[in-house]
Design a binder for this molecule. Structure first.
Ligand SMILES: [Zn+2]
Length: 360
């Protein structure tokens, strides 16, 4: 594999510059197209998997008139733009979420390719192996699916959390450089330890939360997802993702509060929902792409903190977990207040939503 790659690099370097630039642009264009097509498929998954429908059958059709969408009107992003967001047959509106998900997936695929692609092509990659591109494409796609299904149904899929954890163990054993080592069992141990840490910390939060105040803020689905993040990024990654998610979650909570207030002003009140999954997924993607920069940002103001980062994290993490609990509690309180404002029943212990995040 590395031999072939080296030969490919030599061939690429020997190309006239104009040809090489053209080839790079062609490759990036191809990656963007692939990402958009996968994004289109993810839209189908998000809609059908929670309903227990097949993801391949039947073919895509209009939800309004049921007409099968021909392939030339099912081109990711472009078709939606050309049709101005309406069905070609019955003119029923098509959600802007579909092209947005396709565009987001295309960009995520491009980012993965840029960062872990051929170093001769991009000079940006962290690891000298393009073996990571496919697993990481699968990972970003699974995050997109889980975030959207969590928004729609308050469910995080077991097949992603548990299947992804098993695949992360395999990745560690077969591509140990992902964990910064050349020894397969060291990487596997790091992955197993990370999964245990993610599960353990998540379980503790869910257990305490269920008994104290969070109730539906952080459920068992989140615990299993955190286990996957631990298996993929190690224990530090799992804990940092949790921390980042707390901040992202607060931001989303405030945004939801604001939009609820705005909607009320417009005379249209809807229930306000803040699942933690989107914050967790966003944090995982931030960590995947910018972990180095985030760590540098966190420690840049205190050089001594970076030198003693082991001890520093030991003190900081409990503090951050407490603040995470507090942030989730705030979000829940804000949510309850807005629901009361909207004349909705505040969530009670017996509410069916108490069961959310438990995958079927
Ligand atoms: Zn239609």
């Amino acid at each position: 594999m590395s031999e072939a790659l080296a030969a490919f690099n030599r061939w690429l370097i020997a190309l006239p510059e104009a040809d090489a630039v053209f080839l790079v642009r062609l490759t990036l264009g191809f990656v963007l197209c692939l990402g958009a097509i996968i994004g289109s498929f993810l839209n189908v998954c998000v809609y059908r998997i929670p309903l227990g429908q097949s993801i391949s059958h039947p073919r895509s059709h209009c939800f309004s008139c049921g007409k099968i969408i021909p392939w030339y009107l099912n081109v990711p992003i472009l078709s939606w733009l050309v049709l101005r967001g309406r069905c070609a047959n019955c003119r029923a509106p098509i959600s802007v979420r579909y092209p947005l998900v396709e565009a987001a997936t295309a960009l995520l695929f491009l980012l993965v390719f840029q960062m872990w692609g051929n170093p001769a092509l991009f000079g940006l990659n962290r690891l000298p192996t393009p073996l990571l591109i496919l697993p990481l494409w699968a990972f970003v796609a699974s995050v997109v699916v889980d975030v959207l299904i969590d928004i729609d149904h308050r469910i995080l899929l077991d097949r992603i959390s548990l299947g992804g954890t098993a695949l992360a163990f395999l990745l560690a054993a077969f591509v140990p450089t992902w964990f910064g080592t050349g020894v397969w069992w060291e990487a596997l141990l790091a992955s197993l330890g990370g999964a245990a840490a993610g599960f353990g910390v998540g379980f503790a939060i869910a257990w305490v939360g269920e008994r104290v105040f969070l109730q539906d803020a952080f459920g068992f689905g989140d615990v299993k997802w955190l286990m996957l993040f631990g298996a993929l990024f190690g224990w530090r990654g799992a804990l940092c993702i949790l921390m980042i998610a707390a901040f992202v979650g607060l931001g989303m909570g405030l945004a939801a509060l604001l939009s609820a207030k705005l909607r009320r002003r417009g005379g249209e009140a809807g229930p306000l929902a803040i699942p933690f999954g989107p914050a967790l997924g966003t944090a995982a993607l931030l960590w995947l792409f910018w972990s180095d920069a985030l760590v540098r940002l966190a420690f840049s103001t205190h050089a001594w903190a970076f030198q003693h980062r082991g001890a520093f994290l030991g003190v900081l993490l409990p503090l951050l977990l407490i603040s995470l609990a507090w942030l989730l509690h705030r979000i829940r309180a804000i949510r309850a207040a807005v629901q009361e404002d909207d004349g909705l029943e505040p969530l009670s212990e017996e509410s069916p939503e108490h069961e959310r995040h438990h995958s079927p």
